[in-house]
Design a protein around this ligand. Sequence first.
Ligand code: AMP
Ligand code: MG
Length: 408
Amino acid sequence: MTELLDLDTALERLLSSLEPLPNCQLLPIALAHNHYLSATQRAVSAVPPFAHSAMDGYAVASSDAALLQGDALMVSQRILAGSAPGPALAPGCCARIFTGAPLPGGADAIIAQEESRVVEGGRVRFESPPEAGAFVRPRGGDVQAGQVLAVAGDYLHAARLALLTAAGIDQVQVHSRPRVAIVTTGDELCAPGMPLDSGQIYDCNAPMLAALARDSGADVMMVEHANDDPGALRRVLDAATKADAIICSGGVSVGDADHVRDVLAAAGEVSFWRLALKPGKPFAYGLFGGRPLFGLPGNPVSSMVTFLLLVKPALQRLGGARNIEAPPRFPATLTQPIKKRPGRRDFQRGEYRVTRDGHIEVTADARQDSNILSALSAGNCLIDLPRQQGNLEAGEKVWVLPLAGWGR
Ligand code: AMP
Ligand code: MG
């Protein structure tokens, strides 16, 4: 029997074999979400672009003599957000000002409306003089003009889109999204909406893998099915080479109807096959027609788990990611014992919860067979159990990988 490859080694080999795709494009920022930058982005303008008030209140000169004596000040102007800064404050005067409005000349502090009282003649008295700079957001307080905001390979998430826009950037150079082809294999598979013949099941990996690929920043350009016949599989895979990467499900084990590995070996090259992983032992990776091909096991749970662990980071690399971050994980206490045999790293489906006193508990689903979709769909995490780990007792600590933001 061939040695089963360690997951970390497999991921390392896979990522080191891939480069970001060369095609880049200039996109308006509104369309750039979910892409990776292909060029450094510097701030065009400072953020904020002018000193402004952080409060609704009064703009004053903190060194004004009348203010320091506790005298009421004249309100000489009113400045709303969006208006031009008013004339310089005269001694003994203040400006009514609102959040986001520019400070008038001479003003260096804001006194909140709640700390003020309007007295006779429309003058305003303040509880105490402010410190210079109080509630003033200075020009460039967040970002200086010309500052590097992001570099090639950085992911364009919502907050980064906001930052670039605030700094005057309206279009960005990005890596094009990888285009993937999804190929499901199996004579037993039936397309959704068709009546099931005897022995048939619905092809549920197709929509699942397409959703996972999109969540990983890829465009799905083709979803095809191939029967368990080497010639048919070869024809579908040939068509799939139009894509940047091929994601294949099923037919990658050692059964008589499993042809993916052989077709890959005959027409391409197998980089590795079979992992010390549960679920997901029969995983193959290689090149077909010059395209990376991921051969995922057919059982839906195995397909999803291997996708998250291996295909997602690969798509991120193709899409231009600079750092490929491991999925977030945290320690949790088992509420129930877990059965596990040493030999393969196991990612069990489970549900974690934060207790009232702030501890994290996790329960593995009782149904860990790799066809149990209900546990995969209802659970909120995977429990990562090391390769040589045996059975675990309730109360032991395990690593939990939340699915939110990763596989959801
Ligand atoms: P295979 O990896 O082809 O040996 O398939 C393993 C198990 O997963 C079998 O029970 C298949 O019927 C099932 N399976 C394979 N592909 C799919 C699919 N696309 N949707 C649902 N089940 C599948
Ligand atoms: Mg099959």
